[in-house]
Write a protein that binds this ligand. Structure first.
Ligand SMILES: Nc1ccn([C@@H]2O[C@H](COP(=O)(O)OP(=O)(O)OP(=O)(O)O)[C@@H](O)[C@H]2O)c(=O)n1
Ligand SMILES: C/C(=C\CO)CCC[C@H](C)CCC[C@H](C)CCCC(C)C
Length: 334
């Protein structure tokens, strides 16, 4: 049995390297049963070393989420059952690959569905194009970060998750260069319907999603705080500032006090919500008094940077997230 699993594992991993979306969808179809079988098998990550205080949230019992349960399964088993241990790790590795492939395909399908939904709402004139764009801006990144726990606890899970923004980056470049036409994407994601717009704000935004998944993933508060401010904070700043922002900021007449205050408040609230979500799943164990102050400081930094008149120099989908990332890294040290 163990021999069979090894050649299958090697063939699958090789085909996974070479596989296109079509092959992934084939493995997706058979992967849910394998993924469900693997739910009881999990690998552990080193627990967050800094600011680890009382574990106040037991991981919930959601079958499809991968709770962060510390186990010793990744350490070599020294007693005399190497055959059993090898077979178990090969099975677990194969199941994790199936699970992560299915999760990537599901999140990718979710991205398409989100853009398609807002395109329909815009076409039916149920919402304005600007509002559609901002809601896609708010929801895409937050739903992407919320989806991370459906991936396995394997070390490679973040790479599977990052495939989704990577493919969307390629999609934005292809349609931004008008190599292909996707009116659904263009109408729900651009201000004026110019495909070239895809190569600026949206492309930088999706690149930031990929960076946060690869660099920080689930075990650090930095990535989720950065996305909360870029997606939630910046998004609500636009929606509320555009509607109610009559009193402009002295040093930047295109931004308003109401918009910036909205960015700070929504960025803070959504950051705390994301941190609570990841704490409830056992990925983060935080001292909430310490955390609240640090998150408020990070959201303030993001808000000030977003208000600066530097958009001609650097897009705020780059300056804002990088400022949040730096502030979060310096305050949380992870
Ligand atoms: N602090 C802010 C931010 C935005 N706005 C309002 O929202 C509009 C759009 O804001 P901006 O961030 O410039 O939007 P975009 O750059 O188009 O959005 P994106 O980041 O998605 O590219 C501004 O003109 C302004 O009316 C505001 O009043 N105060
Ligand atoms: C309008 C946008 C930015 C400009 O400020 C947002 C562009 C969004 C992309 C077109 C789609 C990105 C999808 C994410 C990578 C994955 C989302 C998955 C989730 C489950 C919906």
């Amino acid at each position: 049995m163990e021999g069979k699993i090894t050649w299958f594992n090697k063939i699958y991993i090789k085909s996974r390297e070479l596989s296109g979306l079509a092959l992934d969808s084939l493995f997706c179809f058979i992967s849910f049963s394998a993924a469900r079988m693997s739910l009881s098998l999990s690998f552990t990550h080193p627990i967050l070393s800094r600011h680890v205080y009382s574990a106040v949230f037991p991981p919930p019992r959601f079958l499809f989420l991968s709770p962060h349960i510390p186990t010793t399964s990744r350490f070599p088993i020294l007693y005399r059952a190497p055959q059993r241990a090898t077979a178990l790790s090969a099975t677990a590795a194969t199941a994790s690959i199936f699970r992560d492939t299915a999760a990537s395909a599901s999140v990718f399908a979710g991205a398409y569905a989100l853009v398609f939904t807002f395109d329909i709402l815009t076409q039916k004139e149920l919402i304005q194009q600007n509002l559609s764009r901002k809601l896609v801006h708010i929801l895409s990144g937050l739903l992407f970060a919320i989806s991370w726990p459906i991936f396995s606890n394997a070390d490679e899970a973040r790479y599977f998750a990052s495939l989704v923004p990577l493919i969307n980056c390629l999609r934005l470049v292809i349609h931004g260069l008008s190599l292909s036409d996707d009116q659904s994407l263009i109408k729900s994601v651009t201000r004026e319907g110019n495909p070239k717009e895809l190569l600026r704000g949206p492309l930088y935004y999706v690149a930031m999603l990929m960076l946060c998944a690869l660099a920080f993933w689930r075990e650090s508060p930095v990535g989720v705080i950065c996305l909360a401010n870029m997606c939630g904070g910046d998004g609500f700043a636009d929606i509320i500032g555009r509607k109610y922002g009559s009193s402009k900021i002295p040093y930047n007449q295109s931004k308003s006090w109401v918009g910036s205050i909205s960015m700070f408040v929504s960025g803070f609230i959504i950051s705390i919500g994301m941190l609570y979500y990841y704490s409830a799943l056992g990925y983060l164990q935080l001292d909430w008094g310490y955390t609240m102050h640090r998150v408020a400081l990070i959201s303030l930094v993001a808000t000030v940077v977003e208000s600066l008149p530097i958009t001609m120099l650097i897009d705020d989908n780059i300056s804002g997230p990088l400022a949040s990332m730096l502030a979060a890294y310096l305050t949380f040290g992870q």
